[in-house]
Design a protein around this ligand. Structure first.
Ligand SMILES: Nc1nc2c(c(=O)[nH]1)N[C@H]1C(S)=C(S)[C@@H](COP(=O)(O)O)O[C@H]1N2
Ligand SMILES: [Mo]
Length: 156
């Protein structure tokens, strides 16, 4: 295999899928097209103790909003039934609610990080960064898919 093919094969890509008008496949270089934010985070891991990292990348809210979630953006209540499912290449996954990252509700400054400690994540893939989390478990690395799901409409 040539070097160029090898390089292409190892550039990680993530799928934005689900209830979106503009589903997309994004690489880490694609994430640099959005306004970049920086977060210095400390989190605790049950197995490896306290970790410190500096991440940069766009806000998850900016990237998902650009993909056009199928709610009426003018109606705040319409957004409350939406979930965001984030999955890593190893199958690790977590759910966020849309309201958690929405500026009108939880306003969590969650990043879709493109660099960690100054190193681009082009090959490893984007990483979820939740500066508000005490525990590291939701800092999902090697993200392969983010699914937006507004199907939770069945409560009475
Ligand atoms: N893809 C993936 N991301 C993951 C995990 C995992 O198992 N798979 N573990 C999480 C947990 S439990 C912690 S504490 C942090 C660890 O971050 P570190 O590798 O910088 O210590 O990654 C999180 N992200
Ligand atoms: Mo952990």
């Amino acid at each position: 295999m040539s070097q160029s093919l090898y390089a292409a094969d190892t550039t990680a890509e993530l799928a934005l899928a689900g209830d979106l008008t503009r589903p997309a496949r994004l690489t880490v270089p694609d994430l640099l097209a959005w306004p970049q934010h920086e977060a210095d985070v400390s989190f605790e891991c049950a197995t490896s103790g306290i970790q410190h990292h500096r991440f940069t990348g766009p806000l998850l809210h900016d990237v998902l909003s650009a993909a056009g979630p199928v709610f009426d953006p003018a109606r705040r209540k319409d957004r409350l039934r939406f979930l965001i499912a984030v999955s890593g290449a190893d199958g690790h996954h977590a759910l966020l609610s849309w309201a958690e990252i929405d500026p009108d509700f939880g306003r969590a400054p969650v990043l879709l990080a493109a660099t960690i400690d100054g190193t681009p994540l082009d090959r490893a893939g984007a990483q979820l960064v939740l500066p508000q989390d005490r525990c590291g478990a939701r800092h999902i690395s090697g993200i392969t898919s983010i699914r937006v799901d507004g199907g939770y409409t069945s409560w009475a």
